[in-house]
Design a protein around this ligand. Structure first.
Ligand code: 13P
Ligand code: SF4
Length: 318
């Protein structure tokens, strides 16, 4: 739960300086997801994917974590740091995928499959994490599923596309929750195929939340962080990117001289996550100034959700 406060206007240069001064004053760290607007990425201490952000949150000694991403990400930072202040620029930055699975529905699914091991994608609420055996991100899902004892059948939630991809990679059957990311399912096989024809030789790099027919066309299916590594190391100079548009800023910064073409749907390049884009530099300045929009997770939920997150961090570090 977070509490909102009103925002104020100021000039961009001043605003950036104000954010940096407030950050120092508050002994804060600014963590930003790869989908954040360029102005936020450029003031952040760390920009990365969900795995990198949770690893940063697990090791920070800052008093305040200003989390620029969506609610489940900030919640994860709070679960890892129950005694620190975690703030968000906009408390309404949610996630359609996390919303697709509520804790009581997951509890009922688990009750029907009492012998199953529950692997939850980090894009879920703290209450869902608290009911899970282990958490995964797109960056480590294959490794996490491989770590599940072979005799245990698996329930995987909430993203069915990531789940299908992990099944293909591991050969391990899982029961999938029928959730999707509303952004990543917009790209279609035909529209992406047309783009590939328009840019011959350009590798298609797709997030595993994309639908199967798009993933089938991809040269690389990976988390947002791995996209940077893939494009940096590839000898290609043009890439088609099937993920949220904020990613292009990071890619252009880290791979100068290379060209990035956003994936298209049949009718448009509708590739912005409306939740991620709620955060602005003004809202970041305001929440640092007033320590508003604090993320709270009930202590008992925090305690139960911490174990599966810690398990994930341990498996990832191994
Ligand atoms: P990554 O962990 O790959 O950055 O993905 C997060 C996300 O929300 C994808 O939609
Ligand atoms: Fe959620 Fe999709 Fe937005 Fe990622 S892009 S935060 S999965 S709605």
């Amino acid at each position: 739960m977070v509490v909102a406060t009103p925002t104020m206007q100021s000039a961009p240069g001043d605003l950036r300086a104000e954010v940096l001064a407030l950050k120092q004053q508050r002994c804060a760290v600014i963590l930003a997801h790869n989908y954040q607007i360029p102005e936020i990425q450029d003031v952040a201490d760390f920009v990365g994917d969900s795995l990198g952000l949770s690893q940063q949150a697990a090791k920070t000694d800052a008093a305040v974590i200003a989390f620029c991403g969506v609610h489940f990400m900030a919640e994860t930072a709070k679960i890892l740091n129950p005694d620190k202040t975690v703030i968000m620029p906009d408390p309404d930055a949610g996630c359609s995928l996390a919303d697709s699975c509520n804790a009581s529905a997951l509890a009922a699914w688990k009750a029907r499959h009492p012998d199953h091991y529950v692997v939850s994608y980090i894009n879920c609420t703290a209450a869902v994490k608290a009911l899970s055996d282990i958490i995964c991100t797109s960056g480590n899902a294959v490794q996490i599923v491989r770590s599940v004892p072979p005799e245990r059948p698996i329930l995987f939630c909430p993203d069915q596309n990531l789940g299908q991809w992990v099944m293909q990679q591991t050969g391990r059957r899982m029961d999938l929750w029928p959730g999707v990311c509303y952004v990543h399912v917009q790209w279609t096989h035909d529209a992406v195929l047309k783009l590939k024809r328009d840019h011959p030789g350009a590798p298609l790099v797709a997030h595993p939340e994309c639908v199967g027919p798009v993933r089938q066309l991809a040269d690389e299916v990976c988390s947002t962080e791995r996209m940077v590594k893939f494009c940096r190391e590839s000898s290609a100079t043009t890439f088609i990117i099937a993920t949220e548009a904020g990613m292009l800023h990071r890619l252009r910064k880290e791979c100068p001289g290379k060209k990035f073409v956003p994936a298209a749907t049949e009718n448009c390049h509708c590739n912005e996550c409306r939740f991620m884009k709620l955060n602005t530099l003004v809202k970041l300045r305001d929440c640092l100034r007033s320590l508003s929009n604090q993320v709270e997770v009930p202590r008992d939920v925090c305690a139960r959700a911490l174990a599966p997150i810690r398990r994930m961090l341990e498996v990832s570090a191994a």
